[in-house]
Design a protein around this ligand. Structure first.
Ligand code: ACM
Length: 547
């Protein structure tokens, strides 16, 4: 090669390196200052100094980071004194629980945080600052020098709740898919995986005391769900998570600072449970009950006036509380028809005993007994209950204000109602945060709900706190995207519909509204395509096509 072409090639390589080093963080940090023209270069052996911390130690957080980046980079880390360290992890008790600072000079990297979570998020940012190839699961030969641009970041999430819900009641995807969903959430610093584990169409978690829930309730005779003229297909279909599977997934989520919020949707959306134990749970045990083969809202709800049904719910809660070492249990509460209760003598009698004429109050009475049961547990097993916003149609006074309302239908008004009643609330508006809905109107879009108007831009445009009165703002705990699977039978479709819209919801949860801007987000989003490709995730490719 002639000298001129050599210089040109070097320039090209340089500009490629500059492009690769472009800063494209999602979610956008609260504050970031850049020093252009210089970089921090990783050595193959790096020295790390971490302050000590009890419990989930800072060293453990760093080891998890090392496990993630070493396969691609080959970089190894060893402990050293702070003076000699290339990377220093320093406790700073003044910062918030999930906050961090990340300061990168050409000599070293300093991270400060008050809690392991803050260090974890700082390291997540550091990984995003590296060339995208860091996300490769195998050694990357094309990069000989791993570096990051010089930045100084001060960051803290806007909301403590940055959630994603997956419905596995309608369709069951299995452990590896759940771990992949957790990986997607972790990439974007989301911290609550809401796992919708029970439905009319399937019960997906082993409960030792009630084995028929999974022997019977986890299986049905149709993979696709019937809808209108679209009949059930007769295929034997189903699956469930053993308690060992649950423990494995809990550990996987914990390593990524994601709490799992298990949802046992009772007393509505419970036909699979009713079909498993009609003698304990059905309003009409004399009739035939089967795991539902159709979409929609089943009227075959649990008979809340039966002491056996209340005991069943308490027993399930006991096993769930032991399996999930986190602070919340979601008991559903959405779309619970009262038609069978209205025809049932025991329900009518109970309604009159509690002095109400609103059958919805039977549901609240049921929950009250479960809440009291949980309150009787030792302090480490206490759980806060979450409900969908339809419970607000009943008299919620017996439940007090220590519950959380997840607002989906008429979300803004429902959240405000909950906050005015003194309850905490989470915004998961059906439009546009149900990211199982079609994400475009392209003919290639998979069968799902909606007409394609919930584009990534529409999802991004939702402003959680818009119009929320100042005196209620402290009740708003965060945002959540939901993924229902009535139409979605395959994991590839789940991935496709999630990406890149999950990133848009994550940014609403993390980045202050004043710093959110779609054009800027769209530019930063471009860097994500390479990550999705390296991870082999399906995603909305149309979003990345040049306009
Ligand atoms: C819901 O979408 N039924 C919560």
């Amino acid at each position: 090669m002639k000298l001129k072409s050599l210089i040109f090639a070097a320039l090209l390589a340089g500009s490629y390196q500059a492009m690769a080093q472009e800063i494209s963080l999602i979610p956008q940090p609260e504050e970031m200052k850049e020093t252009t023209g210089k970089k921090f270069v990783f050595k193959s052996k790096m020295k790390v100094a971490a302050d000590t911390y009890p419990g989930d130690s800072i060293e453990w957080v760093f080891e998890n980071f090392e496990k993630e980046i070493t396969p691609a980079t080959g970089i190894r880390f060893k402990n050293s004194s702070p003076k000699k360290a290339d990377i220093c992890l320093v406790l700073n008790k003044k910062l918030g629980n999930e906050a961090y600072t990340l300061n990168i000079t050409d000599r070293n990297i300093t991270i400060e945080a008050a809690r392991p979570a803050g260090f974890h998020y700082a390291l997540t940012t550091l990984k995003q600052l590296m060339p995208a190839e860091v996300f490769s699961a195998t050694a990357v030969k094309s990069i000989t020098e791993w570096s990051v641009p010089l930045v100084s970041i001060t960051d803290e999430p806007e909301f403590g709740w940055r959630g994603f819900m997956l419905d596995e009641g309608r369709h069951f995807f299995g452990k590896e898919v759940v771990k992949q969903v957790i990986d997607m959430m972790a990439l974007y610093k989301m911290n609550r995986f809401h796992w919708h584990l029970t439905e009319d169409q399937g019960w997906r978690i082993e409960i030792k005391k009630y084995p028929k829930l999974t022997e019977t309730g986890a299986w049905r005779n149709s993979k696709g769900l019937g809808w209108g003229d679209h009949k059930p297909d007769g295929q034997h279909y189903g699956g469930f998570y053993s308690q060992d599977d649950i423990r494995e997934i809990v550990k996987y989520a914990q390593e990524r600072f994601i709490e799992i919020v298990p949802e046992i949707d009772i007393p509505g959306h419970s036909q699979a449970a009713v079909a498993s134990y009609p003698e304990l749970l059905a309003c009409d045990p004399e009739n035939k009950h089967e795991v539902w083969l159709w979409q929609g809202v089943s009227t075959d709800v649990i008979n809340v006036a039966k002491p056996e049904a209340v005991q069943f719910a308490k027993d399930v809660i006991d096993e769930i509380s032991d399996l999930f070492p986190f602070g919340y249990i979601h008991l559903g509460g959405d779309e619970c028809p009262t038609t069978k209760w209205e025809q049932n003598d025991a329900c009518k009698k109970l309604l009159s005993e509690i002095g109400s004429e609103n059958f919805r109050d039977l549901q609240i009475h049921f929950y009250k007994q479960l809440q009291d049961h949980i309150a009787g547990k030792e302090s480490s097993k206490q759980k806060r209950l979450i409900f969908w916003n339809e419970v607000l149609h009943g008299n919620t006074a017996p439940l007090g204000t220590d519950i959380t309302i997840m607002a989906w239908v008429g979300a803004n008004a429902a959240a405000k109602d909950a906050a005015q009643r003194g309850m905490e609330t989470i915004l998961s508006p059906q439009i546009p945060y149900y990211i199982n809905r079609k994400q475009s109107n392209l003919p290639t879009e998979p069968m799902s709900q909606g007409n394609g108007s919930e584009t990534v831009e529409a999802v991004y445009a939702y402003q959680p706190m818009n119009g929320v009165p100042e005196n209620l703002q402290s009740k708003y705990k965060g945002v959540q995207a939901n993924f229902w699977t009535e139409w979605v039978c395959e994991a590839d479709t789940v991935e496709y519909l999630m990406l890149p819209r999950l990133a848009a919801v994550a940014e609403a949860g993390w980045t202050p509204q004043a710093k959110r801007n779609y054009t800027d987000f769209e530019n930063r989003l471009q860097s994500q395509q390479k990550i999705y490709e390296l991870k082999d995730w399906c995603y909305g490719k149309h979003v990345f096509q040049k306009k």
